[in-house]
Every structure is written in C-alpha cells, then in structure tokens.
Ligand binder design. Sequence first.
Ligand code: G6P
Length: 480
Amino acid sequence: EAADEAQGELYDFLVVSNRLPVDRVEEASGSGWRRSPGGLVTALAPVMEKSDGAWVGWHGAPDEVLEPFEHEGITILPVPLTAQEVENYYEGFSNATLWPLYHDVIAPPEFHRAWWDSYQRVNQRFADAAAERAAEGATVWVQDYQLQLVPAMLRRLRPDLKIGFFNHIPFPPQEIFAQLPWRRQVLEGLLGADLLGFQRPNDAANFARAARRYARAAGKGSRLVVTDPAHDGEWSPRERTVRAEAFPISIDTARISELAERPEIIERARQIRHDLGDPTTIMLGVDRLDYTKGIRHRLKAFEELLTDGRARVGDVTLIQVASPSRERVEQYRILREEIEGTVGRINGTFDTMQHTAVRYLHHSYPVEEMVALYLAADVMLVTALRDGMNLVAKEYVAARRDGTGALVLSEFAGAADQLKQALLVNPHDIAGLKDAITTAISLPRGVAARRMKAMRRQIVVHNVEEWSASFLARLKEVCP
Ligand code: G6P
C-alpha cells in the first residue's frame, strides 16, 4: 500500500538531514512515529504537501533498515546507519570533530582518519538516496554540518538538480577552520550547492573567506565562482556561481503564542510556581546539555549572587532544564558530571527545608510543558558561549504575550542579531553576567514591556515559515 507506492516514486522537493522529522514512540500496540518537536518540520510540512516532497534522513537507531513510509502527509525515506557508523560518523566526526571546531573550539576537537572515512561513506549514502528519488530538475535542500559533502556528491550524480544547503550552527573563522585536516574536501563538498545558507552574515563571510583561501573559489563578497571538474566525459568543466548568504532561522511563533494562551497551560505555569514555594522571581535555563550553552557560567554567576547576598533562596529560584544529548560522547559525559556536581554543591550550601536554589531537571519535555515553564519564568537565561541561533530565546519571547519577563541573552548566540532589546551579555564576563541578572530581576515593568514588545514584533514577522520561504525563493532565483 502506502509503503509500496513510495518505493519507486520521484519527488520534486527533497529535504536531506541527519535526523528524520519523526521520533519513534513505543505504544501498547507496538511502535509508532510522532512528529519531532523542531521548527524545521513545521516550516517544511506545508511546502512538502504543496510540492510532492519527501524527507531523507536517519531514524536514530543503529543497525536497522527501514522501508519508506508516510507520516502525517510527509513521505519518509530512511537512511540506515550501522552501530560503527553511529560511532564514527555521528558521535565521532560530526559531534567530536566538527561540533567543537565550529563552536570556537570550546572543547578540543579530535581528528581521526577513521572518523573522516566514515563521514565520507555516510555522506555518499545520503547523496545516493536523494539522487535516486529526485525528479528531473528537482529542488534538494540539505541540512547542517553532518552532511557537508552531500551537495557536491549530489551534483556529480545529478547536475540537473537545484541544490541548497543550510548550516544551522556557526561557521568558524578561517584561522580555526584551518585546523581541519580535510578542510579543502569539506569546502568543496559545500561548494556543490547553488545556495549556501548561514545563520549570521558573519558565518557566511567566514565560509566565503575559507573557500577563497583553501578551495580556490573566485568572485567577490557572497558570490563565489567555482570550476567543476569534468565527470565521466558526460560534461565538460564549467564555471558555476555559488552564493553564501545569511538566513536567520526562527520559530513557529504563532503556535507558541497560541499555546501560551491556553487556560490549562497558564494553570500549569501557576502550579509550577506554587510547587517551588512561590518565590518572588523564577529564573529559567533551557538547553540541551551541551558545553556550548554556557550552563556552567550561568551557575557560577548565580552561585556568586547567592554568596554575595545579592540574591536569596526563597526570593529567587533557578530552574535549569538540561535535556539529555549525545550521551556517549566523552565531552558530554564530563560536562554532565561537572554540572551535576556544581548543582549539588549550590543546593547543599543554599537550600532551605522550604526552598531550593536550583531545580535541575535532566529531561526533555513536550512543547506544552515548555511553554508553561516560559510562562512561569520571570527571567530567561540564555548564556551560550557560541550558538548558531538559539531558538529557546525566541520561544520565550513568543510565549510572553503580556509583555512581562526579561531575557538575558548572550551576544554569542545568533539570536542576539534579532533580539536586540534583550539584556545582552558576554557570558565569560561573570561580573557583567551577575549585573545583568540583577538588572533582569528588578527590571521596571514599563521597561520590560517596551523591550518585550519590540522583540515580539521581530519574531512575529520573521517566523520559521518566512525563513524557509525566503531561502527557497532565493534558491530559485540564483539557479541558472
Ligand atoms: C543542533 C544541530 C542539529 C541537531 C541538534 C540535536 O541543533 O544543529 O543538527 O539535530 O542539535 O542534536 P542531535 O545530535 O541529537 O541530532
């Protein structure tokens, strides 16, 4: 039936990403699928439906080959990974080489040839899967750092395609990128696209500089001129233009805003405050448990405020949601130990029978609970040391319909470009961070409301639908 039909079909629009937009859920009747919470799916689902689209990606489990299937109107084309590939391509090259390298080497990147070999092989598998299912002249949109070789691999197989790529994480300055032993191959992989999207203009500029220096791209500004080699005698070398431009991603603002209006979610927010003993101020951090997020810096600042007596348990509580992430990668294990040690020390020192300093939750939650947390929080702390965008900052703003609440936001998160009225901080500057937190706690209502209103205006216009539409429109425009 549905699966059989999907067998040989060709699609006009393909999205290719490491993770599929569905998560497995175990039910009494066996296992099923649920749409993942991320904004990307929400943004692309309507495009998929309109244009006969399909999604190519990995379903998250090792050593399992799945047939194509339909889920809520989206055709899913699963790409399998072996346990060894999960280790070498995903945990290794993607998350212990590229991730730290692209995030300002906050943790030392590891370079291993076996990981690189696996990265190439898996990228080729994704490219083959997309090439096999793309209709003549189709649009293929490749996502993120796990798949940087796919654009050129696809072009070699299918020069008729329109190829877009979006990098969700930062692109590092040339001097740092230069450490990568396979820098030329990665740049050439990306240059297979017609349009390369980045979060900030700076990321696009970093890429363009690296491409001119290490991959011999010509051209000026965001316009890169490359020469493709002849391939199998089928086509002769030719010059091609590749654009590298900024398209800051956003959220489904209307959905978050709508959830924030629901009586049961408002009631849940009240309940959360009550359960914490109704402190005057609730501060909130919500992150994947990742060393890029600056969770340690945030805890340090809070601990010092408590020590200094500038904040007092009972008046202030910090809720820190740290969702489990990449738990088999060493740096993530180390970080978890450190954070849990710090939280234990802070609470051991400052908790009272009635109140806690830090309510730490190593869980992930459905979007309804997240919105309730946003509503419960007077102060949102986003202190990333480096972050491509940070959608939590935008979600907090989307949830604060009544204009109350203060956002402390790292200038090293892409979101700082759009949320200019936040209390911007350099998270490395602990004294400055403490001052910003203190200011946020006692921000006069009028000032808070003016700032929140300006930020809301920004994300209402620039939502995720506008993001994908503008990328795809630009891709159409630049394709010959
Ligand atoms: C970041 C990356 C995504 C990735 C996500 C979760 O946002 O840009 O590509 O999917 O983290 O990480 P994971 O390793 O669990 O896919």
